[in-house]
Design a protein around this ligand. Structure first.
Ligand SMILES: Nc1ncnc2c1ncn2[C@@H]1O[C@H](COP(=O)(O)OP(=O)(O)OP(=O)(O)O)[C@@H](O)[C@H]1O
Ligand SMILES: Cc1ncc(C[n+]2csc(CCO)c2C)c(N)n1
Length: 265
């Protein structure tokens, strides 16, 4: 059987942007940022700087409005901060955004898309379909969607957010909270994860979601998988520890990769 192509992963969006590219000859990813209705992670200004497109899923706009100024305690004019962080788009069923916040961003020129007719998909899902609709096929191969505020509070929302990783499994999507990130590793490729130890790790996990996994192999972890079977309801890898700069993962079914984020990020 033909060897699967390698897919590389690196959380360079947690480091300040550089103008020097990735350093390995490949194009840096084109990031889009989606802000959800959950506490804004402390490193959101960095994600914002990296992103080419910035959007809020419905009540995510309240979080941008309320929490972004709190991340700049030395700046006293909150309206200057709010104007600096103007989203390109607010999209959703609009049952959570406060009218004052909606008016504020509308007056700044933010595009507002009301999808209250769709009560079958989440606001995050609606934002992802928007990104995929506006991006060309060429750009899609280089796209990486960063989702801020994906965990905490309501378990149905958390699972809904994880489900979007599976629904859009051919798109690179990273779910982020203050504490960790989560992404899907499709079984169609072998994975090389470049761990940035200044900002992430050492705790990590590999979770088979959806279908059981007959065989997975890893390198670079304290408890490596060696042709190991995993299934939800059986073995899943939690509280694993990154031991090397590069972690490799190959598996016959999709896995969720999660890694802790360091507090000083
Ligand atoms: N407690 C939470 N934990 C994780 N994600 C959340 C939480 N609350 C909201 N979200 C995310 O933020 C998005 C916008 O949420 P919002 O509260 O504006 O709308 P909602 O009506 O509760 O959500 P939806 O319309 O998507 O069901 C949701 O689609 C979800 O992805
Ligand atoms: C089986 C089933 N369960 C829940 C909902 C409700 N729902 C799902 S996503 C969403 C948010 C719309 O922005 C809402 C209200 C449904 N439609 N179908």
């Amino acid at each position: 059987m033909a060897e699967k192509l390698p897919m590389t992963h690196c959380s360079r969006f947690l480091l300040p942007p550089t103008t020097t590219g990735t350093g390995n000859g490949s194009l840096p990813p084109a990031y889009a940022l989606i802000i959800l209705n959950q506490r804004l992670p402390r490193f959101s200004p960095l994600l914002w700087e990296h992103a080419k497109t910035r959007m809020c899923a419905d009540g995510g706009a309240n979080r941008l409005f309320d929490n972004m100024p709190e991340l700049f305690p030395n700046e006293h004019d909150v309206s200057v901060i709010r104007k600096r962080y103007k989203p390109d788009l607010i999209k959703g069923d609009m049952d959570s955004i406060r009218p004052g916040v909606l008016n504020f961003y509308r007056n700044l020129g933010t595009k507002i898309v009301n999808n209250s007719d769709d009560q079958d998909t989440t606001d995050l899902h609606k934002c992802i379909t928007y990104v995929l609709d506006v991006v060309s096929d060429d750009e899609k191969s280089n796209l990486c969607i960063l989702v801020a505020g994906a965990l905490g509070g309501r378990f149905d929302h958390e699972m809904g957010n994880v489900n979007t990783l599976c629904r859009f499994s051919t798109t690179r999507i990273v779910l982020l909270s203050d504490d960790c990130l989560i992404q899907l590793l499709p079984s169609t490729q072998n994975h090389e994860i470049n761990v940035l130890s200044s900002v992430e790790g050492p705790h990590c996990g590999l979770i088979p979601i959806g279908t059981p996994c007959g065989s997975s192999r890893t390198t670079g972890l304290q408890w490596n998988l060696d042709n190991t079977e995993m299934r939800f309801g059986g073995l899943v890898s939690t509280s694993n520890i990154v031991k090397e700069e590069t972690v490799t993962v190959r598996s016959d079914s999709d896995l969720l990769w999660t890694i802790s984020l360091k507090k000083q990020t």
